[in-house]
Design a protein around this ligand. Structure first.
Ligand code: FAD
Length: 404
């Protein structure tokens, strides 16, 4: 039996290795780029956060996150680690549950997968950009316009649109679309957000722990706590990535409310500030020692306090205004950075058109899909690759098991 796989990324490689476990299966792996795992090589800032020990369903999004349940049960993070260990990869877990190769090099992950793919019953077609799939005579005919291969089973593992420069493409959605499948709206997720607030440039590079609430027309649509970083165009960092999937600028007015001291109440902050009133320092230094110096100065100015005054001269009401600002600093948002900068695509092919126990299409027998092309996206922290491995493996095992 011939199992074709379109896409030599994370999920496609996992699918190829799983399908090839059946010696009666010949795997044909089609990859449009010159090598497999190109995006994988850039993941985790070149370190590849390959899974997360706490990859529960709550970390996944889409129309129906329960779709992930079976694949993740069959191939949990523990199984992922065992699988990689068998391929010779030594990994290390951080307290947050994020797992990285011990070498701290994403290359190591790509390399062990590449070596594992060197099997007699796997043939790789690199630089093979699948343009069209035609179903005829019970087979899927896969072509790049020049060469055509007939496959008994076909797995679409083309990934999403995110990370365009690393190979993100519409291809998978289009191929599945031509075979009768529909997609939800696609939008960038795990991505930076632009702000029209003029102060961001002065804060470029400043990091702070932050409770972020995102509002559309004053109504909160998303919230999260974590590290925020100011950039020359807006805000970035893990907490911003988390809320970015819910930001859809263009419709309504978008605002971020930033709480730079989420663990303290306004009263506690005021008490901290009052302690400084005996010091012979200027008001612009009021938040020094509490927040990043540059951020502190911006907040003092935004509270309407003249930075040259002595702290001892400030009134309690001014300290309360400043404390409130530390807890609810408002900046306007214009848009997210595009798919180029996004780490994952929110949205994708409707999962209800697939069987979650096999990853097989309910519309086209013998056709499977896995990874990011489906309407599943995970939080930042190794969850997206865990989904790619788990869904790819399930698709490969199912396709490899099926009778021709
Ligand atoms: C910069 C960046 C950093 C990231 N870091 C992390 C991280 O640290 N941890 C994490 O969990 N996730 C991370 N992600 C997300 C993660 O990389 C993806 O979710 C994951 O790779 C998706 O796997 P996939 O197999 O579905 O798609 P991909 O890995 O994108 O693979 C799809 C493959 O299909 C090929 N292809 C597409 N169309 C065709 C066609 N028509 N013919 C032939 N080949 C085709 C593509 O060239 C590509 O190689 C990151 C993403 C980016 C962009």
């Amino acid at each position: 039996m011939i199992v074709g796989i379109i896409g030599g990324g994370a999920s496609g490689m996992a699918a190829a290795l799983a399908a090839s476990q059946n010696p009666g299966v010949q795997v044909l792996l089609f990859e449009r780029q010159a090598r497999v795992g190109r995006k994988l090589q850039a993941t985790g800032n070149g370190r590849c956060n390959l899974t997360n020990l706490y990859a529960e369903q709550t970390h996944y999004h889409g129309e129906d996150p329960t779709f992930t349940q079976y694949a993740m049960k069959m191939f949990s993070p523990k199984e992922t680690l065992g699988w990689f260990e068998n391929m010779g990869l030594y990994t290390v877990a951080e307290p947050s549950g994020r797992v990285y190769p011990y070498s701290d090099q994403a290359n190591s992950v790509v390399d062990v997968l590449r070596f594992a793919l060197e099997r007699d019953n796997i043939t790789q077609y690199l630089g093979f950009d699948v343009q069209k799939v035609r179903f005829a005579d019970d087979q899927y005919h896969v072509t790049n316009g020049e060469e055509t291969f007939a496959c008994d089973k076909l797995i679409i593992a083309c990934g999403g649109l995110a990370g365009t420069k690393l190979g993100g493409t519409m291809s998978g959605y289009k191929l599945l679309g031509k075979l009768g499948h529909k997609s939800t709206r696609l939008r960038p997720a795990l991505v930076q957000i632009k702000s029209s607030w003029g102060g961001v440039v002065a804060l470029k590079g400043v990091r702070s722990n932050c409770y972020v609430r995102i509002a559309r027309d004053q109504e909160i649509v998303s919230e999260s706590t974590g590290e925020l970083q100011f950039t020359e165009y807006g805000i970035s960092g893990p907490v911003v990535f988390e809320v970015s999937r819910d930001v859809c600028c263009g419709i309504g007015e978008w605002t971020a409310w930033l709480d730079f001291l989420p663990e303290l109440t306004v009263e506690q902050i005021v008490r901290l500030l009052e302690r400084k009133s005996i010091l012979p320092i200027c008001a612009e230094e009021l938040l020094t020692g509490i927040l990043h110096n540059r951020l502190g100065k911006v907040l003092v100015k935004s509270a309407g306090i003249n930075g040259n005054r002595l702290v001892g001269q400030l009134h309690t009401e001014e300290l309360v205004t400043l404390a409130k600002l530390c807890k609810a600093f408002q900046i306007s948002l214009t848009e997210t950075l595009g798919m180029d900068s996004a780490q994952v695509t929110a949205g994708g092919i409707f999962t209800e058109q697939f069987d979650s126990n096999t990853m097989e299409s309910k519309l086209m027998p013998g056709l499977y899909a896995c990874g990011e092309v489906l309407d599943v996206d995970g939080d930042c922290g190794g969850y997206n690759l865990q989904w790619a491995w788990a869904s790819g493996r399930l698709a490969g095992l199912s396709a490899g098991k099926d009778k021709a």
